[in-house]
Design a protein around this ligand. Sequence first.
Ligand SMILES: *Cc1c(COP(=O)(O)O)cnc(C)c1O
Length: 341
Amino acid sequence: MDKKNIDWANLGFGYVQTDKRFVANYKDGAWDEGTLTEDPNVVLNECAGVLQYAQTVFEGMKAYRTEDGRVVCFRPDLNASRMADSARRLEMPPFPEDRFVQAIVDTVKANIDYVPPYGSGATLYIRPYMFGSNPVIGVKPADEYQFRILTTPVGPYFKGGAKPITIKVSDFDRAAPHGTGHIKAGLNYAMSLHAIVTAHKEGFDENMYLDAATRTKVEETGGANFIFVTKDGKVVTPKSNSILPSITRRSLMVVAKDILGLEAEEREVYFDEVKDFAECGLCGTAAVISPVGKINDHGKEICFPSGMEKMEPVIQKLYDTLTGIQMGRIEGPEGWLKVIE
Ligand SMILES: *Cc1c(COP(=O)(O)O)cnc(C)c1O
């Protein structure tokens, strides 16, 4: 395969078609072997379950090139188990977790020249997803499913350094108390589109969602978990059954405790106490951590001490350490890097 002629430094976060994708089908109660294919199109019956009742779940992860030239991905076993949880909640047959990890490895290997070089800031984004594929007209689970993995190279999330963002407290809810907020289902994103378009129109970068039942506790944004730092340096992240369990956030809590020696706590966080925190960030695979400079609660502003120009110190340290582990510069806990090549 030729080295791809891609301007890595100027890639955005968009779809770029790569050579191969993984496809497996579930029929008559079993998953087939799956295969790598060059065809990027999915042809479905007009009445497919996913088209009628949104029976679809997904994952998001990345492959990185390390300093010493290896290609790795980060904790794919956690994506495998989270996708299985998501599938079960929507009455879909989970794709076996060990086969999920192997399929990730095979798909990245088949597109290895699209893994951006070390130091470019770009990465190969990996999107596993699954959907109900046979015709369904009465409301019920599909009988047949397709599992796919596509890859697309994505640019550095922060071009020219991570600038703090401004977020608003949303008037919309993201997840009901016993709903689907804890799984990675397309439906959670479909219903967040109006809220994010509204926030953008008003000049904000993101929404902060509060718990739907009482509107007093911090949940998360549309696609990232919160991490706060107290004035005395303790890392705090909200606990709730309706938050998506971010792998980045779970890893950052381990980094804080076991590598940086900080106190780290997952607990309910009331919106009233947010003004007392020293630092605030959003965490997820895409950005690792986005620093939050300002939160707007219906016109009332909470401004974090480091302002709108730079990352705050503890968040910067967490960011440097986790990205250092992902790029192979810092030794992380055993099993965090899955070597692909
Ligand atoms: C995917 C996602 C995250 C981030 O999870 P990671 O595993 O860290 O990428 C956070 N919140 C929501 C709602 C998500 O869908």
